[in-house]
Design a protein around this ligand. Structure first.
Ligand code: ADP
Length: 234
């Protein structure tokens, strides 16, 4: 699936809106924080002091969320590092293994060529793969029938690209969903943000790569991330 120019414009706009909103929300949060601190000495019981402490820590949490969101939606230049794709996948699996296990989902990883190297922003690419594994878990858990959930990660090379594949046997997608998949804010989930894939798409494009999707409604989905390869001579 190729991103259209229109979708790219929407992504750029999303980044700008997000930055503007985040900035505008941060200012009042900073003054709320300051005034609560000024009030604190006048609070005459341990209970009231505790309320103030909770308010301050919740303000800090809101600030953290804004910071994270800005980080993930702004089109920053990648901080590149050269890594082996296999190691990257194994590290990413470590982060999701226990959650998969608790949900009774089998997570497997197969590296077809252990020497595939890519030059990437590790944090960003991990975020992309993690997001896809989480989507795969959601797709399995929301499948209409009970099935043994399987998520498979593989790494292989194809011409000048390293290909990371994330496949699941979850609910799959119909045409309408496939067409809108990478649109900012498109979600079919009650508590979804619809930002995961649009941000992922932008990250992969910033790396000179692309994403392909293959899905069958009721059967499952495969995401393939193509990233430019670094050639290694034996
Ligand atoms: P969110 O997860 O918040 O909905 P995403 O951008 O990550 O946002 O995903 C957008 C939509 O794409 C999801 O709501 C879901 O409908 C669909 N989707 C993504 N990954 C899968 C998958 N592996 N299987 C089925 N549907 C998927």
């Amino acid at each position: 699936i190729e991103q259209t120019a229109f979708q790219n414009d929407k992504l750029a706009m999303l980044g700008k809106i997000a930055a503007a909103i985040a900035h505008e929300i941060r200012n009042p949060l900073t003054s709320i924080r300051g005034f609560i601190q000024l009030l604190k000495p006048y609070l005459d019981s341990i209970g009231k002091q505790e309320y103030a402490r909770i308010i301050l820590s919740e303000i800090d949490r809101a600030n953290d969320i804004i910071y994270e969101f800005l980080n993930s939606s702004k089109p920053s230049a990648p901080m590149t590092q050269t890594v082996l794709v296999g190691l990257l996948l194994k590290e990413t699996i470590l982060l999701t293994e226990s959650e998969a296990h608790m949900s009774g989902i089998e997570l497997s990883c197969e590296i077809f060529d252990p020497y595939i190297m890519i030059s990437i922003d590790v944090k960003q690419i991990k975020q992309v793969v993690l997001n896809m594994v989480k989507n795969a878990m959601d797709a399995i858990q929301s499948a209409p029938d009970q099935r043994r959930g399987l998520i498979k990660l593989t790494a292989r090379r194809e011409k000048r690209f390293a290909v990371i594949s994330i496949s699941d046997n979850g609910r799959g997608m119909d045409r309408a969903t496939l067409n809108r998949l990478f649109d900012p804010f498109f979600t079919t989930k009650e508590d979804g943000t619809g930002l995961g894939l649009s941000v992922s798409y932008r990250i992969i494009r910033n790396h000179g790569g692309t994403i392909h999707v293959d899905s069958q409604a009721g059967e499952g989905t495969e995401f393939m991330i193509y990233l430019p390869l670094i050639e290694v001579k034996e």
